[in-house]
Design a binder for this molecule. Structure first.
Ligand SMILES: Nc1nc2c(c(=O)[nH]1)N=C([C@H](O)[C@H](O)COP(=O)(O)OP(=O)(O)OP(=O)(O)O)CN2
Length: 138
């Protein structure tokens, strides 16, 4: 069993707030992240797949193909987007690092595992240099 990781990058805007809460409560819970002016992050995404190496190629999966999957299902939707407003798989969800990480995993699981013998192991998402979330499914 080998683990192979592809790193990707996207820029996106978001805001942490709940419509049903007052401005005061949003500010109390989310601090500067609730500011009505949207703010952006330079996100770094790490997608790890696992399985056995194919003898003939020495590959688990061609990383060019993994890149294309990540772009089609995730990056093309998120890059230069407003996560709260523009991204179909985040509709109705809080734009936190945790939920974004989980939903990216859910987007990628089917397309990655359409490759025989390839399994999605984890998705790790850095919102800032210091803040990240990692999801292993389930
Ligand atoms: N559990 C979570 N907590 C927070 C999240 C989150 O997604 N999940 N998000 C935020 C903010 O959106 C943002 O990530 C924090 O920004 P900031 O405090 O500026 O983070 P830095 O790493 O740049 O700041 P340092 O304190 O200088 O490390 C807040 N909480």
């Amino acid at each position: 069993m080998i683990h192979v990781t592809r790193r990707e990058h996207f820029n996106a805007a978001h805001r942490m707030y709940r419509e049903e809460w007052s401005a005061e409560k949003n500010a109390e819970v989310f601090g500067k992240c609730a500011n009505p002016n949207w703010h952006g992050h330079n996100y770094n995404l790490f997608v790890t797949v696992k399985g056995e190496v194919t003898h003939a190629t020495g590959y688990l999966i061609d990383l060019k193909e993994l890149k294309e999957i990540i772009h089609k299902y995730v990056i093309d939707k998120l890059d230069h987007s407003n996560i709260n407003k523009d991204v179909d798989f985040m509709a109705g969800k809080m734009a936190s690092t945790e939920l974004l990480c989980i939903e990216i995993f859910n987007q990628l699981k089917g397309p990655v595992e359409a490759y025989e013998g390839v399994f999605l192991h984890s998705v790790k998402l850095h919102e800032t240099e210091n803040n990240s979330a990692e999801y292993f499914g389930g």
